[in-house]
Design a protein. Structure first.
Length: 274
């Protein structure tokens, strides 16, 4: 006789996160509301050099040499037009700080659910919020991820737990905003505009900067679930970092490309507002 498997209903209030679901001893398969069948041809390839996202050298983009800067600005413009994605190296943000930011987010997700409950909210305007999936009320397929979103600019907000998160996120948000500003300046110039054109038109100094983290717990059937479905970002520009698990894919010329970023690089996504 086959063993009895207890069904875990993620719609129940007691299941507040995917981490809770994944940690359950009763979970042996992906619940039906999380089942996502991917077409094999939609799986990206990180080993094809012809389908690697462009690399922008930040040191050359901000170089005092007009020729070096001009060449990198041209390359940046081409990357935006042809890919909408690129990776940035030599950006000056310490790799140690990037790892500290990832670790701080991981420690937040590992907090007991009771300690994270105060940040559960349905209000999109709340400066700090965490949750799971995207919108469980309307999602046809729920996402195998937990998320944290914190508004860091124009007013800096931060978690008071776990210890050290506030200090790390403040430094990280300042550093990444500076990098993003220079990238926007380069994009402006690639279009034949003044360097500060985009930042002025978009009221960049008052624009909203969000620190967002996605957490993907172990899944008993990873081929039957999805962390984030195909999408575009609604903002102006997104700077991404990821841990050692390569999972980001970019669609280019109707082919999905698995992004295998250089160590310490930012992966930059040009958003819909651009």
């Amino acid at each position: 006789m086959a063993p009895t498997v207890t069904s875990v209903d993620a719609s129940e209030p007691k299941v507040a996160s995917i981490k809770t679901l994944a940690d359950s001893d009763a979970l042996t398969s992906v619940p039906s509301e999380y089942a996502y069948i991917m077409d094999p041809k939609d799986k990206g390839d990180a080993n094809d050099p012809e389908h690697s996202i462009p690399i922008i050298d930040f040191a050359l983009l901000t170089s005092a040499s007009p020729d070096e800067r001009a060449r990198m600005i041209q390359k940046l413009g081409k990357a935006c037009q042809e890919w909408g994605f690129f990776q940035v190296i030599n950006h000056g943000v310490p790799e140690s700080l990037m790892k500290e930011m990832i670790d701080a987010c991981r420690r937040f997700f590992e907090l007991p659910e009771e300690e994270k409950k105060e940040f559960h909210t349905k209000n999109l305007l709340d400066p700090i919020k965490c949750g799971t999936s995207f919108n469980v009320a309307i999602d046809k397929v729920r996402l195998w991820r937990d998320y944290l979103k914190v508004i860091a600019h124009p007013k800096f907000n931060s978690l008071y737990k776990p210890a050290g998160y506030s200090e790390v996120s403040l430094e990280f948000s300042k550093r990444t905003r500076a990098v993003a500003t220079e990238i926007l300046n380069g994009i402006s110039e690639s279009l034949g505009l003044e360097a500060d054109y985009i930042t002025k038109v978009m009221n960049w100094d008052r624009g909203c900067q969000i620190l967002a983290a996605n957490y993907y717990p172990a899944c008993p059937q990873p081929d039957l679930a999805i962390g984030i479905p195909p999408h575009t970002d609604h903002g102006l520009v997104t700077l991404l970092i990821q841990n050692d698990m390569c999972g980001l894919e970019v669609k280019h010329n109707d082919q999905w490309v698995l992004v295998n970023a250089a160590p310490g690089a930012f992966i930059v996504n040009v958003g819909d507002q651009m």
